[in-house]
Structures are given as C-alpha cells and as structure tokens.
Design a protein around this ligand. Structure first.
Ligand SMILES: NC(=O)c1ccc[n+]([C@@H]2O[C@H](COP(=O)([O-])OP(=O)(O)OC[C@H]3O[C@@H](n4cnc5c(N)ncnc54)[C@H](OP(=O)(O)O)[C@@H]3O)[C@@H](O)[C@H]2O)c1
Length: 397
C-alpha cells in the first residue's frame, strides 16, 4: 500500500542455487543489490592483443567432477572478463572451470599453446567454447602478460613454478619467475586498470618460521623465515615468501587492490592430464615413500575449496589481506595415518605422529575464510577424492 512503489521488485530470501547449498557463500545475500551489480557489470570486453598469442576454444563436454554449471548459475547474466594466470595448472584449471560455471569470460594463460597437455582439458570445459580464451605467456615477458590481462577487470595470479624437488639453478628456475612474474602481472594490472588482483601465495609464505611463539598456532601475521629457507635450501617457500612480499610492496607504492590466498597442500580431483607437485605427495606415500616433508607440509585443503576461496575473496569486496586456506594445520603423520586407515590395501609406511616438530595443530587456522562463509571439506573426504581421482585417471591401480 505504498503509492511510490513502481516497476519490478525481486522478492526472494536470497539468490541461491538448488544443487549445492554449501556454496551459497558465493552468492550475495543482499539479492536486490547483487542483481543491480550484475546488470551494471554486464558488458563484453574484447581483447586488444599486444603481441601475445591468443586462441579461442572449440569443443566442450560436461565434467564429471566438481559442480556442474547449474551450481554457479550459468543461466544468470554473463559476468565480466577475468584473467587466470597459470590456468593450465592443477589449481588454475579448477578455478577456470568454476569461473566459467559462474558466468565469467576467462582469459587463461598457458606456457605453450601448442602443447595439448596444457590446453585440451581447458578447451573441454563447459562454457569454454564461447567464454574461454587461451594466451601463451612467459612470466618474464611483460608484453605477453599485457595481452592476457587486456580487457579483464580482475586477475587471479597463480602462475609460478610449483616445485619442491631440488633444482640446479634456483634463481632462474624458481625465484625469478615467481618474483619478477608477480611484479610483471601487477604492473600490467595497474597499467590496464584492473579492479582487483587475487594472488595465490601459499602457506609456504607463512611457515616455516622457527622463531614464531611455540604456544600460538601460525596465523596470517606470521611470515616464513627467509634465512632459514636459504640455509635449508627451501627454494619454493622462499620464492612464495619473496613474491608475496613483493606484491604487498607494489601495492603500497602503486595503490593496486590486491587480496592474497595462502593455501596449504592442495589435493582432490585432477583436471589436467598430468600430476602436479601436491598430488604427487599422496602418490609418493602410497608407493611407500617415508619422507615426512618436515619443513614443507602444513596440512591439506580440497582443490574445490581453494578454487571457491579465490572467487569468494575476489567477489567479496570486504575481503582483505592474507587468507590462510587449509582444512586444518596438521602434521604429515596425521595425513599418513588417515590414508592408511582409509586404504588398508596400500602399504602405507608407519610414520611418527609428530612429523613437523613444534607445529601446533589448529582446526580454525582459516578463520578469515570461514568468517566469509567457506566450509572446508574434511581431511577424510579430501583423501578419498584424491585417491579416487588418481585411480580414475590411471595414475593409481
Ligand atoms: N598445489 C599446491 O599444493 C599449492 C599450495 C599453495 C599454493 N600453490 C600455488 O598455487 C599456484 C598453482 O599451483 P599448482 O599446484 O596448480 O601448480 P601447477 O599445476 O604446476 O601450475 C603452475 C602453473 O604456472 C604456470 N607457470 C609456471 N611457470 C611459468 C612461467 N615461467 N611462465 C608462465 N607460466 C608458468 C604453469 O604453466 P604450464 O602448465 O604451462 O607449465 C602452470 O599453469 C602456484 O602459485 C603455487 O605456488 C599451490
């Protein structure tokens, strides 16, 4: 009974999807506002390629793992263009899958457009034929990055060498692409007016830090000890720490909006045709490997939760700073014992319970993401999803 009322009114508790209530964290609960924002964002951007190689996708099929398009409301209004560096990788491809399902147009980067192992699994994703564009980049080649970022209003920066094995030339193989690559991506984002950049750092940029108080669980205030890394030749944690610090320095100087995720060891269903470093950890354990990854392991996290967390901190403008992203802080011994319990048919070595001396276990390490609404998949399910995916892809019998 209000005379001033005109036009149409959304009348819904909140906009959500039928198939996975758990993921309603990604759907704003101020439905009317979200509708208005969607309309405002609706636009199509075209690439003004500046020297990089680009390819549009062709064929698609429905994925059998993860959420289908209905989960993320593909039927809704198309969204903006975002760029995912490292789109071909383990985490990157799952993120591209969710972004396409959510209606985004995605510029995904690969290292070699002519290598089908980097492209085919992306081109097969639902929505790829019309909303996925692949770009070939080298993290040290600024112009190749500019081409991929052009037209994007958001960037997810994942590309970085994810290698924990010993390497001959840590400076050129790991440190330079991680650090200089991050600066190149941020510079391009700043120059091209990108709204927000999500940086995929790592729990490896939070710990190891032997001087952190022994009675306080590690949190976002903690930074990996650079000297400890150098002394122990921990090049990957050093690369993630220096790259993340470089990103924060860049932001302070140049004023770009960034938000950082710090995932633990990521496991779960595999989309690419190859097995990445973190999934190799479970293969190694099942094959009888007895290393305890003393300074590397901090706990596991489901790949779907990591991909969702990327979108959550991108879309939620109140998200800021670093975000630990792990099911729990735990010891590798806990993980090994759980794998042994769930899969007694494999010959899992008996390891000490405390494989990470001094590491305080914590169930609420990822409180910031939980407060934003993310529910973490428990360790048991992560292990089951990982082993079943490895089996179905033929990496494990
Ligand atoms: N997996 C984990 O447990 C974990 C945990 C915490 C953080 N992270 C971080 O998450 C990100 C993705 O990790 P991931 O597990 O998905 O690793 P991944 O499967 O090895 O993917 C890495 C991606 O980076 C790209 N890349 C590497 N070096 C590059 C270079 N010089 N130029 C251009 N592209 C380059 C790779 O391209 P190609 O595929 O073409 O080689 C690939 O797309 C990394 O930043 C990693 O540090 C991973």
């Amino acid at each position: 009974m209000t005379d001033s009322a005109t036009g149409r009114y959304l009348c819904v508790e909140f906009i959500s999807h039928y198939c996975c209530m758990k993921y309603n964290v990604l759907v704003r609960n101020d439905a009317s506002t979200s509708y208005i924002e969607l309309i405002r964002k609706e636009r199509t951007s075209f690439i003004q390629s500046r020297g990089g190689k680009i390819r549009m996708s062709s064929n698609t099929f429905n994925m059998d793992s993860g959420c289908s398009r209905s989960c993320f409301g593909i039927a809704s209004t198309p969204k903006e263009v975002v760029c995912v560096t490292g789109g071909s990788g383990y985490i990157g491809s799952y993120l591209v899958h969710l972004l396409l399902g959510r209606g985004y147009t995605v510029n995904a980067t690969v290292k070699d457009l002519n290598d089908e192992k980097e492209t085919k699994h992306l081109e097969a994703l639902e929505g790829a034929e019309s909303r996925l564009r692949l770009f070939q980049i080298d993290l040290l080649d600024y112009d190749s990055i500019v081409a991929a970022v052009t037209g994007a209003s958001g960037v997810f920066h994942l590309a970085s060498p994810c290698v924990v094995d010993q390497v001959h030339d840590p400076q050129n193989e790991i440190l330079a692409p991680a650090i200089k690559g991050t600066i190149n991506v941020l510079t391009a984002a700043k120059e091209l007016g990108v709204k927000r950049v999500v940086i995929t750092s790592s729990l490896a940029a939070i710990m190891p830090n032997p001087s952190w108080p022994s009675n306080v669980p590690n949190n976002e205030d903690c930074w990996t000890d650079e000297e400890f890394c150098k002394q122990n030749e921990l090049w990957y944690p050093l690369s993630k720490t220096l790259a993340e610090k470089a990103a924060w320095d860049f932001t302070k100087e140049k004023g770009l909006d960034i938000v950082v995720l710090n995932p633990g060891t990521v496991m779960g269903p595999i989309l690419p045709p190859t097995v990445n470093t973190s999934m190799r950890m479970i293969l190694y354990l099942i094959s009888g490997g007895t290393s305890t990854f003393e300074n590397i392991y901090t706990g596991i996290v489901h790949i779907k939760d990591v991909a969702l967390a990327h979108i959550l901190v991108y879309e939620n403008t109140s998200a800021n700073g670093r975000h630990m992203c792990v099911e729990s802080i735990s010891h590798y011994g806990d993980f090994a014992a759980m794998v042994a319990q769930l899969y007694p048919e494999y010959n899992i070595p008996r390891l000490p319970k405390d494989t990470q001396p001094g590491l305080l276990r914590s169930k609420s390490a990822s409180k910031k993401l939980m407060d934003l609404g993310l529910e973490f998949t428990p360790m048991e399910q992560i292990i089951r999803d990982s082993v079943e995916s490895l089996k179905s892809k033929g990496f494990l019998s």
